[in-house]
Write a protein that binds this ligand. Sequence first.
Ligand code: 13P
Length: 278
Amino acid sequence: MSLVTMKSLLAEADQCKCAVGAFSVGNMEMVMGAVKAAEEMNTPIILQIAEKRLLNSPLELMAPMMVSAARNSKVAIAVHLDHGLTFDCVQRALEYGFTSVMLDASLYPYDENIAMTKQVVTVASRFNATVEAELGVVGGNEGDTEEHVITCTDPSVAADFCEQTGVDALAVAIGNAHGNYPVLPSLRFDILEQIHSAVDVPLVLHGGTGITDDMFRRAISLGIRKINIATASFDNLALFAQKCCAASDSVDYFKLSDQMVQGVYENVKRHIRVFNGE
Ligand code: 13P
């Protein structure tokens, strides 16, 4: 199929009342595992990487690989910059051919979040790229030592935010957090429902690792059209690698690489099933 805009995938997901999985990647095996699962399920996905992760996985290496994987895939794939922190990184991602970007200005005051997001919308439009923004604060951290305290999105300003910025997708904070949850989260579906009835844009759920299938289904029924999964893929890759190394005294790199692909593939496939409503 092809490299597509995230906007087009979210519109299709809205038609069939399902969600598109946005799977974070950090190396070639993760890209291969995610694409393999998507092709087998004949389902579009989003491949994404967060700016903080570029310390381990440089953009100049990851971006051509992600874009090429999308172009050569049998299914439609959007390539997205997750949690951009700088305008420079957003610009570079767009120049490499990412079809979607997020500048995370959620920790800034409301007006600054709007002003920064508007700038990204202007730049992204030159590349025909999609823009995601976050309103409220998702908990945990994305490759950071600092834990963010959850601030739920205020539904009464969601429509104003979307109108003023012109974003294509809105990430909500409803009790969700990045990383492994210490206890099962209790998501504020009442808040999600209010946001969903206030805005027209597709909604995004961050912090997908550890959310139960029933919660995913409920979130999808309330307008969530993109679901981010990172930690579960990194953890499953590490687990499969660990088992491979423990299985014999000497480690065959090629077997190890296969197992890393397999670990990500199994996690991605499991999530695609739920997001497709199976
Ligand atoms: P998890 O690491 O909890 O899956 O969160 C992923 C995410 O939201 C990336 O932005």
